[in-house]
Write a protein that binds this ligand. Structure first.
Ligand code: BGC
Length: 708
């Protein structure tokens, strides 16, 4: 978002003219589903600052009504366009954030942002509540599917890319959320307290937000929970001091759903709604999502002199700034034709990204299939289940979903349809096999087993379902649920090759299922084209390149098992579970092999402010062209406070032809090695740093850098 002097002057004039009611009206977001119809109507007449979850023609009507109000300030329409404009039936549905993070491809993720922005804009809306910049380190949490994974650096890079995609063409504003620490609430329980020192906040939670603000994010959403007992809604230090002053964020802050009211009803942090409203404004929230007490209470308290007008003016200035930047005041605001929604061009971006989002976790050589099987048995509870494949935040769960929304309007592919399409010459048979939740009748298992017996090859599709992911749907047990392991054992027993596709919202403990498979493909929530791309991968129509943005546990109680932990004294392993995660962060197989050699640094010594280049030769030693994600980590050998033994600090995805060697260069800012010391100061400590480069954590080449 660009700040223009003329706009600022114009806003100053408007503020001088606006009544208190009109100003607070700008600070109120009105949501379709939680405001009583008469209250919703009231804000339509009044010209509420923002409306949420309204779609298409309804937005046009509300906009026209706002044009009739005294100040004629257009509302800003927000929407949870979480993976594509996914609450609208017919829009392109991309894989979930966690799934696309597997691509490690910021350029493509930026394209996803652009496509989403175009579809949202064409639908008459202005503001996407995306991306999620929470860190997915406690995978019990129900919203891990919405994250870009477990690593702050990767989350920051991919987050910045999608923010640029959303905002670059001036079509919509992004909203980075949930500020902050929401992903690591105690016990992985949604919206509980997150115990975190300022050191952890600055090293783990804050960096992605900093990166996104630098990338131009126009708005930020506060989290539901609390940090060390202070609700984020009233966290003046983190909102006003850190976000607005220190990071220089000039857009506006919106609360999450009913955050202001929940200070009184859930968190018991205030005795009255009025106190909650006052504290939330003082802390730095500029717009209240829902909390219908907000509007009247804020007006009253401003008139009584309890809330200083300077806070109100600052909040309204920020909101108007974003509205101006989006061109909402222009009568000829750029709106794309509705025909762009679900267009072939958009589907093509989805296709490319979905291919790159699949991760090959296991392959005993069966993939790619060497010949077309005569008969394929597609088996499993997620084989023909588009709801599970989409995951959270689609039109299925829009508050106004109609019965016809139970059928997607887009050309979507479950795995069953994908296999039937790609293997058009094979006979394809299907059985659900078992349920993911609740009991499974024996007959389902035996039917599946018999079908498997009759086929040449089995595609098993297992994972989790929507009821196991999302807000308030945290899991204490991450084993495959229902009879899925039993199904996998029976499939293995048939002696037929089993290729397993995982359709799930988060890493599950799939050790046993993997042992019962000849190959395993992780899709997570693959969107419209997940099933097609999985089938194409199996057929070898492209070379898989996805890498995990998150570690897989062997057992539920091993969580958290993220890769960049500090050293302990005793090796950190449990006596009853094998050491380390089942699949590491950064891991993923390909149909070819890559060898790394000759790692060099542009200088062996460096100091604060220096930029270095790390170079390495990467050779594709197999016989298939492919994309390889070159990952760079560092280790601060000795530091005054503990630091991770390996921390990602750069990556690049490169295309390498079979047999070719490519010299890959990665830029490295030495200040990235800074740590937050015991005095909470961010400092670069002198010493030796190991710079490690490779295709996954298990095989890194090291060079030594001396920081002076
Ligand atoms: C979620 C947000 C979302 C908002 C609006 C909340 O429940 O936490 O991520 O943007 O609802 O739907």
């Amino acid at each position: 978002m660009k700040i223009l002097k003329e706009t600022e002057n114009k806003i100053t004039e408007m503020l001088a003219e606006m009544t208190v009611e009109e100003k607070i009206g700008q600070m109120q977001q009105v949501s379709l589903e939680s405001f009583r119809p008469e209250v919703f109507e009231r804000f339509r007449k009044l010209g509420g600052g923002s409306f949420l979850h309204v779609l298409s023609d309804e937005a046009d009507k509300i906009r026209a009504e706002a044009a009739e109000t005294r100040m004629k300030i257009p509302p800003i329409f927000g929407i949870d366009a979480i993976h594509g404009h996914s609450l609208l039936n017919g829009a392109v549905i991309f894989p979930s954030q966690l799934a696309v993070a597997c691509s490690w491809n910021p350029e493509l993720i930026k394209e996803m942002g652009k496509v989403t922005a175009r579809e949202v804009n064409a639908d008459g809306l202005d503001w996407v509540f995306s991306p999620v910049l929470c860190i997915g380190r406690d995978t019990r949490w129900g919203r891990v599917d919405e994250t870009f994974g477990e690593d702050s650096y990767l989350v920051g890079e991919l987050g910045a890319a999608i923010v640029e995609g959303y905002e670059e063409d001036g079509l919509v504003a992004a909203c980075v959320k949930h500020y902050l620490g929401y992903g690591e609430a105690t016990g992985g329980r949604d919206s509980y307290d997150t115990e975190a020192s300022m050191r952890k906040i600055r090293e783990v939670f804050l960096p992605p937000f900093k990166r996104a603000v630098e990338a131009g994010a126009s708005t930020v959403m506060t989290a539901y929970g609390s940090i060390s007992g202070t609700p984020l809604t009233v966290h003046r230090k983190l909102l006003r001091e850190v976000l607005k002053e220190e990071l220089g964020f000039e857009g506006f802050v919106v609360t999450d759903w009913y955050n202001v009211g929940s200070l009184r009803t859930k968190q018991m942090a205030v005795e009255s709604y009025g106190d909650g409203v006052r504290l939330a404004i003082e802390a730095g929230n500029d717009m209240s999502m829902n909390s219908f007490q907000f509007y009247d209470s804020a007006i009253r308290q401003v008139k009584e002199g309890k809330i200083p007008m300077e806070y109100i003016d600052d909040a309204v200035r920020r909101i108007l700034r974003v509205k101006f930047a989006l061109g909402l005041f222009d009568e000829n605001k750029k709106r794309l034709p509705r025909s762009v929604i679900g267009s072939a061009e958009h589907i093509a971006v989805n296709h490319k990204l979905t291919r790159e989002s699949l991760v090959l976790l296991e392959n005993n050589g069966i993939l790619p299939l060497k010949e077309t099987p005569k008969k394929i048995a597609v088996i499993g509870p997620n084989a023909d289940n588009i709801r599970a494949q989409y995951g959270d935040w689609t039109f299925f769960s829009h508050p106004n979903a109609s019965p016809e929304d139970c059928k997607p309007k887009s050309d979507y592919y479950t795995i069953l349809r994908g296999i039937k399409t790609v293997f058009a010459d094979s006979e394809v048979v299907y059985a659900k096999g078992c349920n993911i939740m609740g009991e499974t009748e024996k007959s389902m298992l035996t039917e599946a087993e018999a079908l498997a017996e009759s086929a040449d090859i089995v595609i098993a599709v297992i994972g989790d379902c929507l009821a196991q992911n999302g807000e308030g749907k945290d899991r204490a047990n991450l084993e495959l649920s229902g009879a899925q392991n039993e199904l996998m054992r029976r499939l293995k027993k048939t002696g037929k090759p089993v290729i397993t596709v995982l359709v799930n919202g988060k890493p599950l403990c799939i050790g046993e299922a993997a042992k019962n498979s000849d190959a395993v493909i992780e899709m997570f929530n693959g969107g419209d084209l997940g099933g097609l791309c999985a089938a194409e991968l199996i057929a070898g129509r492209f070379n898989p390149s996805g890498k995990l943005p998150i570690s897989f546990p062997r057992a539920s109680a091993q969580i958290p098992c993220y890769y960049n932990q500090y050293n302990g004294w005793h090796g950190g392993k449990y006596m009853d579970v094998a050491e380390g995660s089942l699949y590491d962060f950064g891991y993923g197989l390909s149909f070819t092999n890559y060898e790394y050699s000759d790692i060099t640094l542009s200088s062996d010594t460096a100091r604060s402010g220096d930029m270095l280049t790390v170079s390495v030769d990467v050779t594709n030693t197999g016989d298939m062209d492919g994309y390889e994600t070159v990952q760079m980590y560092y280790n601060d050998r000795f530091s005054s406070v503990l630091t991770p033994t390996r921390q990602l600090c750069g990556f690049r995805k490169v295309f390498i032809r079979a047999g070719e060697t490519v010299r890959v260069e990665l830029p490295l800012a030495v200040d990235a090695f800074s740590l937050v010391n015991i005095d909470e100061k961010t400092v670069l400590e002198a010493g030796i740093f190991d710079i490690m480069v490779g295709g996954h954590l298990g095989a890194l080449k090291t060079a030594e850098l001396s920081v002076v």
